[in-house]
Ligand binder design. Structure first.
Ligand SMILES: NC(=O)C1=CN([C@@H]2O[C@H](COP(=O)(O)OP(=O)(O)OC[C@H]3O[C@@H](n4cnc5c(N)ncnc54)[C@H](O)[C@@H]3O)[C@@H](O)[C@H]2O)C=CC1
Ligand SMILES: C[C@H](O)[C@@H]1OC(=O)[C@H](O)[C@@H]1O
Length: 260
Protein backbone atom coordinates (compact mmCIF):
# COMPACT_ATOMS: atom_id res chain seq x y z
CA UNK A 1 0.00 0.00 0.00
CA UNK A 2 1.27 3.46 -0.94
CA UNK A 3 -0.15 5.48 1.95
CA UNK A 4 -0.12 3.05 4.87
CA UNK A 5 -0.91 4.89 8.13
CA UNK A 6 -0.98 8.35 6.50
CA UNK A 7 -3.41 11.01 7.67
CA UNK A 8 -4.98 12.85 4.73
CA UNK A 9 -7.29 15.73 3.92
CA UNK A 10 -9.14 15.80 0.59
CA UNK A 11 -11.16 18.89 -0.35
CA UNK A 12 -14.10 18.48 -2.69
CA UNK A 13 -14.22 14.85 -1.60
CA UNK A 14 -17.95 14.21 -1.85
CA UNK A 15 -18.21 13.58 -5.57
CA UNK A 16 -16.38 13.18 -8.86
CA UNK A 17 -12.58 13.23 -8.82
CA UNK A 18 -12.43 14.08 -5.09
CA UNK A 19 -14.52 11.11 -3.98
CA UNK A 20 -12.32 8.83 -6.10
CA UNK A 21 -9.25 10.33 -4.38
CA UNK A 22 -10.77 9.73 -0.93
CA UNK A 23 -11.47 6.08 -1.77
CA UNK A 24 -8.08 5.55 -3.44
CA UNK A 25 -6.30 7.05 -0.42
CA UNK A 26 -8.22 4.65 1.84
CA UNK A 27 -7.42 1.73 -0.47
CA UNK A 28 -3.76 2.70 -0.10
CA UNK A 29 -4.01 2.68 3.71
CA UNK A 30 -4.81 6.30 4.67
CA UNK A 31 -7.43 7.77 6.99
CA UNK A 32 -9.15 10.74 5.41
CA UNK A 33 -10.86 14.00 6.36
CA UNK A 34 -13.33 14.65 3.55
CA UNK A 35 -14.10 18.32 2.83
CA UNK A 36 -17.23 19.21 0.89
CA UNK A 37 -19.70 22.05 0.45
CA UNK A 38 -23.41 21.85 1.34
CA UNK A 39 -26.60 22.15 -0.63
CA UNK A 40 -26.68 25.81 -1.53
CA UNK A 41 -23.73 26.58 -3.78
CA UNK A 42 -24.79 26.78 -7.42
CA UNK A 43 -26.20 23.28 -7.30
CA UNK A 44 -22.80 21.62 -6.96
CA UNK A 45 -22.97 20.65 -3.27
CA UNK A 46 -24.92 17.52 -2.38
CA UNK A 47 -24.41 16.43 1.18
CA UNK A 48 -26.10 13.02 0.74
CA UNK A 49 -23.28 11.85 -1.56
CA UNK A 50 -20.93 12.07 1.41
CA UNK A 51 -22.53 9.14 3.24
CA UNK A 52 -21.78 6.80 0.34
CA UNK A 53 -18.11 7.81 0.25
CA UNK A 54 -17.76 7.42 4.02
CA UNK A 55 -19.29 3.93 3.76
CA UNK A 56 -16.83 2.96 0.98
CA UNK A 57 -13.87 4.08 3.09
CA UNK A 58 -15.12 2.22 6.14
CA UNK A 59 -15.62 -0.92 4.06
CA UNK A 60 -11.90 -0.67 3.27
CA UNK A 61 -11.16 -0.64 7.01
CA UNK A 62 -10.13 3.02 7.19
CA UNK A 63 -11.61 6.08 8.89
CA UNK A 64 -13.33 8.99 7.11
CA UNK A 65 -14.42 12.22 8.78
CA UNK A 66 -16.65 14.50 6.67
CA UNK A 67 -16.31 18.25 7.25
CA UNK A 68 -18.68 20.70 5.58
CA UNK A 69 -17.62 24.24 4.66
CA UNK A 70 -16.96 26.71 1.86
CA UNK A 71 -13.29 26.31 1.00
CA UNK A 72 -13.28 29.92 -0.25
CA UNK A 73 -13.44 31.03 3.38
CA UNK A 74 -10.19 30.82 5.39
CA UNK A 75 -12.02 29.45 8.45
CA UNK A 76 -12.85 26.25 6.53
CA UNK A 77 -9.16 25.44 6.13
CA UNK A 78 -8.64 25.66 9.89
CA UNK A 79 -11.71 23.47 10.42
CA UNK A 80 -10.35 20.76 8.11
CA UNK A 81 -6.93 20.70 9.75
CA UNK A 82 -8.45 20.71 13.25
CA UNK A 83 -10.62 17.74 12.29
CA UNK A 84 -7.58 15.76 11.10
CA UNK A 85 -5.66 16.59 14.28
CA UNK A 86 -8.60 15.68 16.53
CA UNK A 87 -9.51 12.47 14.72
CA UNK A 88 -6.12 11.19 13.55
CA UNK A 89 -3.51 13.21 15.49
CA UNK A 90 -2.11 15.14 12.52
CA UNK A 91 -1.89 15.67 8.75
CA UNK A 92 0.61 14.03 6.35
CA UNK A 93 -1.12 14.46 3.00
CA UNK A 94 -3.32 17.12 1.43
CA UNK A 95 -5.25 16.75 -1.79
CA UNK A 96 -6.47 20.26 -2.60
CA UNK A 97 -9.11 19.32 -5.12
CA UNK A 98 -12.32 21.35 -4.59
CA UNK A 99 -13.27 23.40 -7.62
CA UNK A 100 -16.15 24.79 -9.63
CA UNK A 101 -16.57 25.58 -13.30
CA UNK A 102 -19.80 27.44 -14.01
CA UNK A 103 -19.50 27.73 -17.80
CA UNK A 104 -20.16 31.30 -19.00
CA UNK A 105 -19.26 33.61 -21.89
CA UNK A 106 -16.56 36.26 -21.42
CA UNK A 107 -18.16 39.51 -22.59
CA UNK A 108 -21.09 39.33 -20.20
CA UNK A 109 -19.38 37.52 -17.31
CA UNK A 110 -21.09 38.60 -14.08
CA UNK A 111 -18.48 39.71 -11.51
CA UNK A 112 -20.12 37.40 -8.95
CA UNK A 113 -19.30 34.28 -11.03
CA UNK A 114 -15.71 35.42 -11.57
CA UNK A 115 -15.24 36.22 -7.88
CA UNK A 116 -16.76 32.95 -6.67
CA UNK A 117 -14.67 30.88 -9.09
CA UNK A 118 -11.45 32.59 -8.01
CA UNK A 119 -12.43 32.34 -4.33
CA UNK A 120 -13.16 28.60 -4.45
CA UNK A 121 -10.56 27.38 -6.94
CA UNK A 122 -7.55 29.55 -6.14
CA UNK A 123 -7.99 31.33 -2.81
CA UNK A 124 -9.51 28.19 -1.26
CA UNK A 125 -6.51 26.15 -2.37
CA UNK A 126 -4.15 28.78 -0.96
CA UNK A 127 -5.83 28.74 2.46
CA UNK A 128 -5.93 24.96 2.84
CA UNK A 129 -2.35 24.52 1.57
CA UNK A 130 -1.16 27.14 4.05
CA UNK A 131 -3.08 25.64 6.98
CA UNK A 132 -2.01 22.05 6.21
CA UNK A 133 1.61 23.10 5.62
CA UNK A 134 1.78 24.89 8.96
CA UNK A 135 0.58 21.74 10.69
CA UNK A 136 3.05 19.57 8.72
CA UNK A 137 5.88 21.94 9.59
CA UNK A 138 4.97 21.78 13.31
CA UNK A 139 4.93 17.97 13.16
CA UNK A 140 8.44 18.03 11.70
CA UNK A 141 7.98 14.91 9.58
CA UNK A 142 7.41 16.46 6.17
CA UNK A 143 4.34 15.93 4.04
CA UNK A 144 2.86 15.90 0.56
CA UNK A 145 0.45 18.32 -1.10
CA UNK A 146 -1.19 17.58 -4.44
CA UNK A 147 -3.41 20.20 -6.09
CA UNK A 148 -5.94 19.36 -8.76
CA UNK A 149 -5.06 21.84 -11.50
CA UNK A 150 -6.18 21.05 -15.07
CA UNK A 151 -5.21 20.74 -18.70
CA UNK A 152 -6.89 24.16 -18.64
CA UNK A 153 -3.79 25.59 -16.97
CA UNK A 154 -2.12 25.13 -20.36
CA UNK A 155 -4.90 25.75 -22.88
CA UNK A 156 -7.87 28.12 -23.02
CA UNK A 157 -11.63 27.79 -23.13
CA UNK A 158 -13.97 30.46 -24.50
CA UNK A 159 -16.58 29.64 -21.86
CA UNK A 160 -13.94 29.25 -19.16
CA UNK A 161 -12.19 32.65 -19.09
CA UNK A 162 -12.83 32.91 -15.34
CA UNK A 163 -11.80 29.28 -14.71
CA UNK A 164 -8.64 28.64 -16.71
CA UNK A 165 -6.64 31.38 -14.92
CA UNK A 166 -7.45 29.72 -11.58
CA UNK A 167 -6.05 26.43 -12.87
CA UNK A 168 -2.89 28.14 -14.16
CA UNK A 169 -2.74 29.83 -10.77
CA UNK A 170 -2.81 26.47 -8.99
CA UNK A 171 0.03 25.19 -11.16
CA UNK A 172 2.01 28.28 -10.19
CA UNK A 173 1.03 27.97 -6.52
CA UNK A 174 2.45 24.43 -6.39
CA UNK A 175 5.68 25.60 -8.00
CA UNK A 176 6.13 28.40 -5.48
CA UNK A 177 5.06 26.39 -2.43
CA UNK A 178 7.46 23.63 -3.52
CA UNK A 179 10.24 26.17 -3.01
CA UNK A 180 8.81 27.63 0.21
CA UNK A 181 8.11 24.24 1.81
CA UNK A 182 10.94 22.08 0.45
CA UNK A 183 13.17 22.95 3.43
CA UNK A 184 10.46 21.46 5.68
CA UNK A 185 10.33 18.23 3.69
CA UNK A 186 6.94 19.10 2.27
CA UNK A 187 6.50 18.23 -1.43
CA UNK A 188 4.03 20.15 -3.60
CA UNK A 189 2.82 18.90 -6.98
CA UNK A 190 -0.24 19.11 -9.18
CA UNK A 191 -2.23 16.85 -11.44
CA UNK A 192 -3.69 18.28 -14.62
CA UNK A 193 -6.74 16.23 -15.58
CA UNK A 194 -8.11 16.48 -19.11
CA UNK A 195 -11.79 15.75 -19.68
CA UNK A 196 -13.05 13.59 -16.84
CA UNK A 197 -16.73 12.74 -16.67
CA UNK A 198 -18.17 14.25 -13.46
CA UNK A 199 -21.00 16.57 -12.40
CA UNK A 200 -18.70 19.50 -13.26
CA UNK A 201 -18.95 18.91 -17.00
CA UNK A 202 -21.87 16.46 -17.32
CA UNK A 203 -24.05 19.11 -18.96
CA UNK A 204 -21.20 20.35 -21.16
CA UNK A 205 -20.51 16.84 -22.43
CA UNK A 206 -24.19 16.30 -23.21
CA UNK A 207 -23.38 18.37 -26.31
CA UNK A 208 -22.81 15.44 -28.67
CA UNK A 209 -20.62 17.42 -31.04
CA UNK A 210 -18.33 18.40 -28.19
CA UNK A 211 -18.21 14.88 -26.78
CA UNK A 212 -17.31 13.53 -30.24
CA UNK A 213 -14.58 16.18 -30.63
CA UNK A 214 -13.10 15.41 -27.21
CA UNK A 215 -13.20 11.66 -27.79
CA UNK A 216 -11.50 12.06 -31.18
CA UNK A 217 -8.82 14.28 -29.72
CA UNK A 218 -7.87 11.80 -26.99
CA UNK A 219 -5.31 9.27 -28.32
CA UNK A 220 -6.29 6.74 -25.64
CA UNK A 221 -9.79 6.90 -27.12
CA UNK A 222 -12.00 7.61 -24.13
CA UNK A 223 -13.10 10.35 -21.75
CA UNK A 224 -11.38 9.97 -18.38
CA UNK A 225 -12.91 8.49 -15.24
CA UNK A 226 -12.33 9.95 -11.75
CA UNK A 227 -10.16 6.99 -10.72
CA UNK A 228 -7.76 7.72 -13.60
CA UNK A 229 -6.87 10.91 -11.73
CA UNK A 230 -7.11 9.49 -8.19
CA UNK A 231 -4.39 6.88 -8.71
CA UNK A 232 -2.00 9.58 -9.95
CA UNK A 233 -2.76 11.76 -6.93
CA UNK A 234 -2.05 8.79 -4.65
CA UNK A 235 1.27 8.22 -6.40
CA UNK A 236 2.35 11.86 -6.04
CA UNK A 237 1.24 11.84 -2.39
CA UNK A 238 3.26 8.72 -1.65
CA UNK A 239 6.92 8.07 -0.92
CA UNK A 240 7.17 6.52 -4.39
CA UNK A 241 7.41 10.16 -5.48
CA UNK A 242 9.82 11.14 -2.68
CA UNK A 243 12.07 13.18 -5.02
CA UNK A 244 9.25 14.84 -6.98
CA UNK A 245 8.26 18.39 -6.07
CA UNK A 246 7.11 21.39 -8.08
CA UNK A 247 5.99 19.03 -10.84
CA UNK A 248 2.73 18.75 -12.73
CA UNK A 249 1.35 15.56 -14.21
CA UNK A 250 -1.04 15.68 -17.15
CA UNK A 251 -3.73 13.00 -16.75
CA UNK A 252 -5.55 13.49 -20.01
CA UNK A 253 -5.23 10.37 -22.16
CA UNK A 254 -2.86 12.35 -24.40
CA UNK A 255 -5.39 15.09 -25.25
CA UNK A 256 -3.00 18.00 -24.78
CA UNK A 257 -0.27 16.82 -27.14
CA UNK A 258 -2.65 15.82 -29.91
CA UNK A 259 -2.41 18.65 -32.39
CA UNK A 260 -2.75 16.58 -35.56
N1 LIG B 1 -14.09 17.02 -14.48
C1 LIG B 1 -13.08 17.41 -15.24
O1 LIG B 1 -13.05 17.16 -16.45
C2 LIG B 1 -11.94 18.16 -14.64
C3 LIG B 1 -11.96 18.62 -13.34
N2 LIG B 1 -10.87 19.30 -12.86
C4 LIG B 1 -10.83 19.77 -11.49
O2 LIG B 1 -11.06 18.68 -10.62
C5 LIG B 1 -11.60 19.15 -9.39
C6 LIG B 1 -12.79 18.30 -9.03
O3 LIG B 1 -13.78 18.47 -10.02
P1 LIG B 1 -14.92 17.41 -10.33
O4 LIG B 1 -14.73 16.20 -9.53
O5 LIG B 1 -14.98 17.30 -11.79
O6 LIG B 1 -16.19 18.24 -9.85
P2 LIG B 1 -17.51 17.85 -9.06
O7 LIG B 1 -18.46 18.96 -9.34
O8 LIG B 1 -17.92 16.45 -9.36
O9 LIG B 1 -17.06 17.90 -7.52
C7 LIG B 1 -16.72 19.11 -6.95
C8 LIG B 1 -16.41 18.93 -5.47
O10 LIG B 1 -16.00 20.20 -4.95
C9 LIG B 1 -16.79 20.52 -3.81
N3 LIG B 1 -17.03 21.95 -3.76
C10 LIG B 1 -17.68 22.73 -4.67
N4 LIG B 1 -17.72 24.00 -4.24
C11 LIG B 1 -17.07 24.02 -3.04
C12 LIG B 1 -16.79 25.02 -2.09
N5 LIG B 1 -17.19 26.29 -2.27
N6 LIG B 1 -16.13 24.67 -0.96
C13 LIG B 1 -15.76 23.40 -0.73
N7 LIG B 1 -15.99 22.40 -1.60
C14 LIG B 1 -16.64 22.72 -2.73
C15 LIG B 1 -18.09 19.75 -3.96
O11 LIG B 1 -18.70 19.55 -2.70
C16 LIG B 1 -17.58 18.48 -4.63
O12 LIG B 1 -17.11 17.60 -3.63
C17 LIG B 1 -11.91 20.62 -9.61
O13 LIG B 1 -10.88 21.41 -9.03
C18 LIG B 1 -11.90 20.77 -11.12
O14 LIG B 1 -11.56 22.07 -11.53
C19 LIG B 1 -9.76 19.53 -13.61
C20 LIG B 1 -9.72 19.11 -14.90
C21 LIG B 1 -10.79 18.39 -15.51
C1 LIG C 1 -14.94 21.53 -17.17
C2 LIG C 1 -14.30 20.76 -18.23
O1 LIG C 1 -14.99 20.28 -19.25
C3 LIG C 1 -13.09 20.08 -17.87
O2 LIG C 1 -12.58 20.75 -16.76
C4 LIG C 1 -11.41 21.21 -17.04
O3 LIG C 1 -10.68 21.67 -16.21
C5 LIG C 1 -11.10 21.06 -18.44
O4 LIG C 1 -11.30 22.29 -19.04
C6 LIG C 1 -12.08 20.08 -18.94
O5 LIG C 1 -12.54 20.42 -20.16
Amino acid sequence: MLLEGKRAIVTGGSRGIGSAIVVEFARQGADVVLGYFGENDSGYGRASAVDGVVAEVEALGRRCVPVEGNIGEPATAAKLVDAAVTAFGGVDVLSSNAGICPFHGFLDMPPEILQRTVAVNLEGAFYICQAAANRMKAQGTGGAIVATSSISALVGGGMQTHYTPTKAGLHSLMQSTAIALGPHGIRCNSVMPGAILTDLNREDLEDEEKLAYFSKRIPLGRIGQPRDVATCVAFLASDMAAYVTGASLLVDGGMFVNLQ
